[in-house]
Design a protein around this ligand. Structure first.
Ligand SMILES: Cc1cc2nc3c(=O)[nH]c(=O)nc-3n(C[C@H](O)[C@H](O)[C@H](O)COP(=O)(O)OP(=O)(O)OC[C@H]3O[C@@H](n4cnc5c(N)ncnc54)[C@H](O)[C@@H]3O)c2cc1C
Length: 439
């Protein structure tokens, strides 16, 4: 597949520290940001991430970084952060929960437990938090490890999970709204910008495909139906029957809508309304970004969530880089009595009478707790951290049904912002061949 994904990000250089909460709100125009220019390379299945140094005018949101986290940030190290409560719990062997991994998922689980009074310890094998939503620094540039199209910072609905997770621990991050989610460069010289404003996006799409005006309206209209159902529910695990029952009693129409779309994929629905192959290719590319597979393999619920939420809650980039989210969650965790250890590589989950009661690290240390939560991938969790005879039957079935997706190469380049044309979009997807989007 010849696909190039470019993420052009303002670097979180030291000048981009958080603004004081009293500062007034300023929404930057594209002009006020400096982005970097790019030249598409020749590469198969590559993701180019480009970070650039430059000044930014930021939208203001109150930000608090705890003294502890700021100090750790200045020192450039987070070797071990542990509150007195967590240290005491460790001595007494009384952790309520150990979380393996300080990705966003692990940190949200840990903070949600900590605010409910649980004594929590997060164990992270790397040096800093964030996982795929983490960061690293080289020569004055800060690069995002993975995520950069950031959802979840909306103000309404139930999909504003980032906003709510940070608020739960009294934290916020400064945000820069992305005016464009992605600028697609498709074969046949088709260029489409997905504007933050939904009407603007639909106008652009309809201008490119006037003969498909009706189909475009119907396809994205169905996406909104699903999105509206989703945001009307309190989003928790869809695997918990009791939770599902409770939601059904509260909002049967939304639940039935989701049940109707649950077995459907975005490709079949798009093909019901749209015939133009170039437009279908564009929808495939949209789905590929969401799920790394084409539309016909992307569940309609997942596609709708992303294709609509980018307009509803918008895409927002945290000042200081995506890593700011993890840093703030860690600060919130520490303030609520939790702890985190870095370079703590969990090798085994210790079981007693079939129950997880602790973990063994690569240096042989054993730490015990009432519950163990794994934020490692499900493959690592079930294939490596647990002995095979302890793997639940459901998981074995899952592993037979699903195979891992393909890996890809990610290249990170740093350039100075002053070489960039003003108003350059932040995320670009360059697709040269559509034939092998599954390959
Ligand atoms: C290149 C790339 C680009 C992406 N772009 C986007 C995007 O633009 N928008 C978007 O919404 N999403 C994007 N994603 C997806 C998003 O980043 C992830 O879904 C999300 O960050 C996953 O978070 P997580 O906490 O579930 O897992 P992870 O981020 O994988 O965190 C798991 C953590 O566990 C640690 N760990 C694992 N095993 C152990 C162990 N044995 N002991 C101790 N620690 C362990 C790891 O070091 C890691 O820190 C992207 C992902 C990648 C890889």
């Amino acid at each position: 597949m010849a696909m190039l994904l470019l993420h052009l990000h303002p670097s979180s250089s030291p000048s981009l520290t958080c603004l004081p909460s009293s500062q007034s709100l300023r929404i930057p125009t594209q002009k006020s940001n400096q982005f970097c220019s790019w030249r598409p390379g020749f590469c198969k299945q590559s993701i180019f991430r480009i970070s650039c140094k430059g000044s930014l005018t930021t939208r203001k949101k109150a930000t608090e970084i705890s003294a502890k986290a700021s100090a750790a940030e200045k020192q450039g190290t987070y070797a071990m952060e542990i509150s007195e409560e967590a240290a005491a719990a460790e001595k007494e062997g009384k952790y309520d929960a150990i979380v393996i991994g300080a990705g966003i998922g692990g940190l949200v689980a840990a903070t949600q437990l900590a605010i409910r009074g649980a004594r929590v310890l997060v164990l992270e094998k790397y040096l800093i938090p964030g996982g795929s939503s983490g960061y690293y620094e080289r020569d004055g540039f800060t690069f995002d490890v993975g995520s950069s199209v950031m959802f979840g910072f909306g103000e309404k609905g139930s999909l504003n999970l980032m906003t709510r997770s940070l608020e739960a621990v009294g934290k916020l991050v400064d945000l820069i709204p992305d005016p464009t989610t992605v600028h697609y460069h498709m074969p046949n010289s088709i260029s489409i910008r997905v504007h933050r404003d939904y009407e603007h996006f639909i106008c652009e799409l309809t201008e490119k495909f006037p003969h498909e005006k009706e189909g475009i309206g119907k396809f994205y209209g169905e996406c909104w139906k699903v999105h509206n159902a989703l945001i009307s529910l309190e989003l928790k695990s869809l695997e918990e029957p009791l939770y599902l029952l409770e939601q059904f009693v509260r909002n049967p129409i939304a639940c039935l809508t989701l049940a109707f779309y649950y077995p459907q994929n975005a490709g079949d629905i798009a093909r019901k309304y749209i015939k133009d192959q170039n437009l279908l290719n564009f929808i495939d590319a949209e789905c590929f970004l969401i799920s790394t597979v084409r539309a016909y393999r992307t569940p309609m619920i997942n596609a709708s969530m992303v294709l609509c939420e980018r307009h509803a809650g918008g895409i927002n980039y945290p000042v200081g880089g995506v890593g700011s989210i993890a840093k703030q969650l860690v600060a919130g965790l520490l303030e609520r009595g939790g702890g985190i250890k870095y370079k703590a590589n969990v090798r085994k989950i210790i079981l007693r009478d079939g129950k997880a009661v602790g973990v063994r690290l690569s240096n042989g240390t054993e730490i015990f707790s009432k519950k163990v939560i794994s934020n490692a991938t499900r493959w690592d969790t079930f294939e490596n951290l647990l002995d095979q005879d302890a793997v639940p039957e459901d998981e074995k079935k899952f592993q037979k049904l699903y195979k891992k997706g393909l890996s890809f190469l990610s290249i990170h380049l740093g350039v100075n912002a002053d070489v960039l044309p003003e108003g350059t979009d932040c995320h670009h997807l360059v697709l040269e061949l559509v034939m092998n989007m599954d390959a």
